[in-house]
Design a protein around this ligand. Structure first.
Ligand code: GUN
Length: 291
C-alpha cells in the first residue's frame, strides 16, 4: 500500500505558486489577492477559512477575511458580494459554506461574478467545467485530479465509484474523472444515500472517491484488493482524551481498508491540504484569465 501524500504535494504546488508570484512581482505586477467571506461562528468553518487566509501569506498573496454575523440578512450579504465583485484589487473570493438556514445558498452563489468565483461554484463555471472549457474547477475535485496525475494513477477505462453527490465534491469529481484527458476517461458510477446494495458497486471499483461525511463508513469487506482510495471525508468525532476534544476521521476505515488498497489518501494529510493549494492556484489563474 502506498500513501498518497497530499501534504507533500500541496507544499510542492504552493512552492510553484510562490515562484509565479515572485516572477509577477519582479515584472512590476501585483500579487494575487484572495478574499474570503465567512458568516457566523461555526468552529470547523472558521478553522478552514483561517488556514486558507494563512496559506495566502505563505505564497505571497494578499488576503482579506470578511467576518459577518450569523444573523446578517440575505440582502446585506449580497451587498458585500457586489462590493467584492466591483473591487478592482480583489482577484478572487469565496463565500465559505455552509451558510445559515435563513440564507438561500443558490442566490448567494449566483451573485458572485463568475470571473472572480475561484471556488468554481457559479453555474456558469460549473457548466464550463462539464463542457471541458477553461474555467475555475472547484478546489477539492481539482486537488483530487492533481493527486491522481502526480501519482501517475491510471484512470482510463477504470471503474470509479464516487460515494456522495454533493455540488462541492461528488458531482464535480464524477464529471471530471469521466471527461477526456489525464486522470479522466474513467467509467464513473455515483452512489448515494438512496443507492440499493451500495457494496455491489464499491466491491467492483478500481478507484473509490468517498465524499460522504460518515466516519469510517467504507470497511474492508466493501472493497477489492488493489483498490485506489481517495478519502474526502473530514469529520470531527468527539474524543475527550484529546486536548481539542475531538479527532478528525475520514470516510474510510484506514487501518483495515489500507491493507487491501494499492494507494490510499490519509485523513488528515490527504485531500484536505490539496483543497487549499488548488484554491490558491485558481486565484493565481484568475489573474491570467481576467487579463
Ligand atoms: N465548505 C466546504 N468546502 C468548501 C469549499 O471548498 N469552498 C467553500 N466556499 N465552502 C466550503
Amino acid at each position: 500500500m502506498k500513501i498518497i501524500d497530499g501534504k507533500k504535494i500541496s507544499n510542492l504546488i504552493k512552492e510553484e505558486i510562490k515562484k509565479e508570484v515572485d516572477s509577477i512581482l519582479a515584472r512590476g505586477g501585483k500579487a494575487p489577492h484572495l478574499a474570503a467571506v465567512i458568516v457566523g461562528e461555526d468552529g470547523a468553518s472558521l478553522t478552514y477559512v483561517g488556514s486558507k487566509v494563512r496559506s495566502c501569506k505563505q505564497v505571497g498573496f494578499n488576503s482579506t477575511l470578511i467576518k459577518l454575523p450569523e444573523n446578517i440578512s440575505e440582502n446585506l450579504l449580497i451587498d458585500e458580494i457586489y462590493k467584492l465583485n466591483n473591487d478592482k484589487l480583489i482577484d478572487g473570493f469565496i463565500v465559505q459554506l455552509p451558510l445559515p438556514n435563513h440564507i438561500d445558498e443558490q442566490k448567494i452563489l449566483m451573485a458572485i461574478d463568475p470571473n472572480k468565483d475561484v471556488d468554481g461554484f457559479h453555474p456558469t463555471n460549473f457548466g464550463k467545467m462539464a463542457l471541458n472549457m477553461k474555467t475555475f474547477i472547484p478546489a477539492t475535485p481539482f486537488g483530487i485530479m492533481e493527486l491522481l496525475k502526480r501519482y501517475n494513477i491510471e484512470t482510463s477505462g477504470k471503474n470509479t465509484v464516487v460515494i456522495g453527490r454533493s455540488h462541492i465534491v461528488g458531482r464535480p469529481i464524477s464529471i471530471l474523472m469521466n471527461s477526456k484527458g489525464i486522470a479522466g476517461d474513467s467509467t464513473v458510477t455515483v452512489v448515494h444515500s438512496r443507492t440499493k446494495n451500495l457494496e455491489h458497486y464499491t466491491k467492483n471499483a478500481d478507484i473509490i472517491v468517498s465524499a460522504l461525511g460518515i466516519p469510517e463508513f467504507v470497511k474492508e469487506n466493501m472493497v477489492k484488493d488493489g483498490v485506489v482510495i481517495i478519502d474526502v471525508g473530514i469529520t470531527r468525532v468527539k474524543d475527550n482524551s484529546k486536548e481539542k476534544g475531538y479527532v478528525i476521521k475520514g470516510d474510510v476505515d484506514f487501518d483495515s481498508v489500507g491493507k487491501k488498497a494499492s494507494y490510499i489518501t490519509p485523513v488528515p494529510g490527504g485531500v484536505g491540504p490539496m483543497t487549499i493549494a488548488m484554491l490558491l492556484k485558481n486565484t493565481l489563474l484568475s489573474k491570467t484569465y481576467n487579463k
